[in-house]
Write a protein that binds this ligand. Sequence first.
Ligand code: CDP
Length: 235
Amino acid sequence: MKNRRKKFVIAIDGPASSGKSTAAKLLAKKLKCIYIDSGSMYRAAALYLKENNIDLENETALNEILNKINIEILYNSEKEENVILLNGKEVSMKIRNSEITNYSSIIAKKRIIRERMVWLQRKIAENQSIIMDGRDIGTVVFPDADFKFFLTASINERAKRRFLEMKDKSASSRIDDISLKKIKEDLKWRDNTDSTREISPLKMANNAIQIDTTNLTIEEQVQEIIDIIKNEITL
Ligand code: CDP
């Protein structure tokens, strides 16, 4: 009988555009396991709360509303990427605009929201190997993860990556609206909001391995991770 591979969890944290999601996605393909971009869950929640004008200060209303938010992450094998469903409707693109991006950082400060997301994230990982990226995956969600990585990159490099990503995804006629300067300002604001919040701030777990991806290609960055895990996880 074939040896079954032991279930594993790989946590990848770091600031926005440090390469987490791209690395998680490629790594998952190589390791033939699922990857979850936990940020997309905060983004989907932000979209729901914004569209329904929910007052974030009203804890009772927030609690009730959270029961009505159903977030699912499915894998589209044709496109080889995850699809985010909010109450059954696909929102994968809608959650990426700058308004929802910034709002996700605001709603992510709320304890009640974080508790729900962490519960969901652990549930997804219950019966399967997983690579999850985010801000608190190695510190809070999976403190016992088999491997923890913390990816960083200079602010200029991260702004450039986000600019190219947005350019790639938006209709070519809209690209003029996206300024590199505004992207950089938004990233700095979000870095600050995420690292200074009271609950589960963005920080490196004590036992995480830090990788500065500023001068690395995606392939080099994934290779660094593979070199570290390959003795313990069969590819
Ligand atoms: O893609 P990008 O790195 O820009 O952001 P993201 O991973 O999609 O996360 C969006 C926002 O969700 C972050 O700025 C955080 O405020 C929040 N978030 C969080 O608080 N905890 C996580 N585990 C993941 C995201």
